[in-house]
Write a protein that binds this ligand. Sequence first.
Ligand code: NAD
Length: 473
Amino acid sequence: MNMNNVAFPVTASHSVITVNNPFDGTQVGTVVNMPAERAESLIDIARDGAKVARALPRHERARILETCAVLVERDKEAFAALIVDEAGKTLKQAQKEVLRCVNTLKLSADEARRNGGEVVPFDSYVGSEGRQGWFTREPLGVIVAITPYNDPLNLVAHKLGPAIAGGNSVVLKPSELAPLSAIKLVDYLNIAGLPPNVISIATGGPALGEALVSARDVRMISFTGGFVTGEKIARTAGLKKLAMDLGGNAPVIVMDDCDLEDAVESCVSGAYWAAGQNCIGTQRILVHARIYDAFRERFVALTQALKVGNPALPDTDVGPMITTQAARRTEDIVSDAIRQGAKLLCGNVRDDSVYAPTVLENVSFHCDLWTQEIFSPVVVLQKIDSIDEALDLANLPAYSLHAGIFTRDLEIALKAADRLEAGGVMINDSSDYRFDAMPFGGFKYGSLGREGVRFAYEDMTQPKVVCIRKTGR
Ligand code: NAD
């Protein structure tokens, strides 16, 4: 797996990026650190690849995706081990991500077969009688896909699968922190029969990403990552389609009529999955005053019972953060909230990159912990007296992805579904639920477009109308 790059074989003169295990710092692999100047040749390759991809019949696109799904499923343990090694997810979490990747590839194959266009009913309004026609879904051409470290396999599949299904070529720039799962997935697509040049991998850092984003022949940037990067990309891209899958700060409301034990267990899982490095991870829990004390006691007890540490061990619940620097940033944000009056209920202990699951209450609504995405195993508890108060507080941050509510009251559940400003509202579940076929994306600041295979496929294709005028001769 080292140094192998589809687009750019390494020579002695190239610098490399070392990929380290976030838990113990051991070297997992190395990839070429491509300089920004390589962007041009990668786009040239993708331009050729776009012609090849477009010419692939839909059944062939579907066959490649399905074959790849079968191969990934066959080698699921190897993929899971790699995710553990390079991203620090626990084994259970990595295994789940691999199975989701298999689904994403299968869903993409379905889309290649199914979503070819529609008949346009020209005579449905006055003025277009005597015409018949349809629209097809045509490829866009060259797509640049840029991905983060936290789901290093399935988030890549969410870009490559729909792009291939739609007949596009892709230059993929995976996170420099965890690029190896992406490279392995592209290897498997090639083994499954994907022709050369359809997917190229750009291994490198922000400078390479920026050069790819600014290239004129790119028709779409599909980005998943943080707000700061998203804003930079939007400034650099120029006239290109943008898909922006950015961060969250998910609220979950817990009403007093819910199944308390179920709500606590779901919220614990939602808060600490992937050590909180999860865009739909539960960050703020708003609990009705009548059950607040009972919820807090049980939530803290289950948090303290989590097994934290080596992600490769089968019984570990919470692994490391991606880097020691990321864990230090979390410590700083939590310490700042405590200085501003927050009460620490447990956690805020760090051992290198491992940050213990942390619970706070009485957090000021002005703290970063309340307003920003913390992307860490940290949770804020907030007492609320009514559903209206909960909804107002839940909606305070300027951006959002998912939200959740626990209640048995249908009226309250539907009110929350209506009023929560989020791309997805989970009822009787934490914010941390996603099915790879559903539309997935954020509300409010920054989010553009939706992933979820059908929705990404539609974003990555363009309709072409064909209209036949009957001459009547
Ligand atoms: P990041 O923004 O730091 O990096 C993401 C990617 O962008 C990396 O490949 C990086 O090299 C690249 N990049 C950095 N600067 C760039 C530039 N100027 N031009 C082009 N590319 C550039 O994000 P991260 O820390 O890897 O991931 C965490 C973030 O991703 C969190 O905010 C999280 O919420 C978000 N995320 C969102 C979703 C979603 O689907 N909405 C899913 C997972 C993660």
